[in-house]
Design a protein around this ligand. Structure first.
Ligand SMILES: [Zn+2]
Length: 148
């Protein structure tokens, strides 16, 4: 996990939301409810909803950022590592397509291992344990444009 991006996303989540007292069902922009004086406040994201914490806000913010097509990115990387064509008997076949067709399970396994290692190197980011991936630079330019 990229700590810097994570904390900038949190900063943006705070910026986009208003503290909200669920008991009184009113906004509490000072961080303390003016009616019941509670500081046990939810975050209100106007037009979306209110809930405790910022994780769900970050999830919503990430909708603005284009996801990485892992299958496409992985296939590109395989194409760059192996010769474009492979001979099988008298056939010349596209190496990546052949692997995928001959052993789709091994292909998928290699793809998820590749995604893990890209994430460890910091070239891909996931916030949901690998269901979706983002390009860190895409998130950074989104954060830049939001001024956080
Ligand atoms: Zn209150």
């Amino acid at each position: 996990m990229n700590i810097e991006i994570q904390s900038r996303l949190e900063a943006l989540a705070f910026k986009k939301t208003i503290p909200f007292c669920y008991c009184c069902y009113s906004e509490a922009p000072t961080g303390r409810c003016a009616k019941c004086y509670s500081d046990d406040l939810m975050r209100l994201l106007p037009g979306i909803g209110c809930e405790y914490g910022t994780e769900w806000v970050i999830e919503d913010l990430l909708r603005n950022i284009e996801k990485v097509d892992i299958s496409e990115r992985f296939e590109d990387s395989i194409r760059s590592y192996y010769p474009k064509e492979t001979s099988i008997g008298w056939l010349k076949v596209n190496t990546a397509s052949a692997i995928k067709d001959l052993d789709p399970i091994s292909w998928d396994l290699a793809k998820s291992e590749w995604a893990d290692s890209e994430e460890q190197e910091g070239t891909l980011l996931t916030f949901d344990n690998g269901s979706t991936y983002f390009d860190p630079s895409e998130i950074e330019s989104f954060l830049d444009s939001e001024g956080v």
